[in-house]
Design a protein around this ligand. Sequence first.
Ligand code: NAP
Length: 319
Amino acid sequence: MRFRRSVLGNSEQKVYDLVIVGSGCAGLTAALYAARAGLKTVVLEKEVIGGQISLTATVENYPGFKEISGPELMRLFQEQAEAAGAEIQTAEVSAIEDLGDRKLVKTSSGDLEARAVIIATGSSPRQLGVKGEKELIGKGVAFCALCDGPIFTGKDVAVVGGGNSATKEAIYLTKMVNKVYLIHRRDKLRAEKSWQEKAFRNEKIEFIFDTVVEEVVGRDRLEKLVLKNLKTGKLSELRVDGVFIYIGLKPNTDFVNVKKNPNGTILTDECMRTSVPGIFAAGDCRDKCMRQIVTCVGEGATAAIQAYEYVEELRGKKT
Ligand code: NAP
């Protein structure tokens, strides 16, 4: 995981052709295309460069790489974007003011001015919202197998969810833990077939279907989960040292004032234009049906080229 020291932390307001908010696969692809097109481009990242993929153990469906670790893939994305001339800085964006032909990007390290902005902030893991969960985050409750898995080497853990993330990360955890209980609220996983097959073949994974977590219990550390079988209503206890929650994602879009769906995903047209001219969106923060690296990459490239054309048009107006 790579972090950058901020260089935005002075009072001087910096002016860019393009500010990209978020350094996941959509943001870094947009940075590559924009920099290669000659736009003065900066990517702002508040946490980990590479976004959610940097927290993913294995990627097996990005063409050209039969199998590659998430952090390694995103390191390659970053290297290529920087080699093309894009800057990457650490800063948290709190708001974007639309001043017509200019956008004021308000950040934790000072304000920036941009002709165009691409929102590529992705999404963050959802929480269960049950008793005890919040209090035990970092004390047994976790959201990233790659980051926290080694803490549970040789121990028993649970994974909650039935999607690609829960299934893939449960398989990853079996490399280090003693046993993984995969707890899902329905009787079927929704993960891709190939991941399901791998999970069903894995002797360290025990499936607990039709079941939800009612409570997360522990004093200083997680001790057990209280489970409820949704078919019978029966409550039971499961003693585990860790629980990894993979029940979907929440888009990181609160700071931006463009048209969104009620769930917070940003509405765009097929050219990644939002409801505000000069503001584009790409990746998992967007309203769409496929959340894959390949789709994010395509959207990042599209947004960058559209931003380039937008900036060129602004320049044309001035001459
Ligand atoms: P997801 O596909 O939305 O799956 C979330 C899972 O959590 C579902 O099985 C859902 O149950 C369950 N769930 C939701 N709320 C719950 C609650 N309150 N309590 C218990 N269970 C709950 O989320 P994801 O797996 O994080 O994936 C997000 C997106 O990234 C998806 O589009 C996915 O395809 C993509 N992704 C792709 C890959 C890949 O390698 N291709 C890897 C990771 C993620 P139900 O099934 O009953 O709805």
